[in-house]
Design a protein around this ligand. Sequence first.
Ligand SMILES: [Zn+2]
Ligand SMILES: [Zn+2]
Length: 177
Amino acid sequence: MKINFEEIPEEGTLDVDFLENESEINKLLDEGNDGDFSFNSPAKGSFRLSKRGKTVFVSLHIEGLVRARCSQCLVDFEQKIDLSNDVSLFPEEGKEETKELDLTNEELEKNFYAGNSIDLAKLLCEEIVLYLPFNPRCSDNCKGLCPSCGKNLNEGKCNCTGRSKENPFSVLKGLKF
Ligand SMILES: [Zn+2]
Ligand SMILES: [Zn+2]
């Protein structure tokens, strides 16, 4: 979903309700996160756009459910998204001038729009990727996988649970120096 810069009034705001089906969003999302997350229902958002000069200000609210893979037990789970943020978008033409300079962190996080086109779907995906945890976990007390046999310890103990609790240095006792 794209908004033309000219559609945003000089005074006041433009309110846009955003609804995109999951397959379109997932295509975009894949580019930013290597397929670790995907939507299994449409992505909903509301955007309030205003502008000053060439800078576009966006107040956004995004809701939805994404399927994520737990970084510890590797099981897929649903992660709720409910995020609000204010973002400024700058014309991409100005980006070239700052390229040569040392960019501060703040500038690296800047968002840009190309030509007159404000791509809300792209912005939505960028915001979601920033919002989602780097190492998602299915729950705060996920037990993960057994390092020896690979069993998901959330489903129960494995036969080697006792051994993994052993002091890792005990093996040194058997060694002769
Ligand atoms: Zn887990
Ligand atoms: Zn095990």
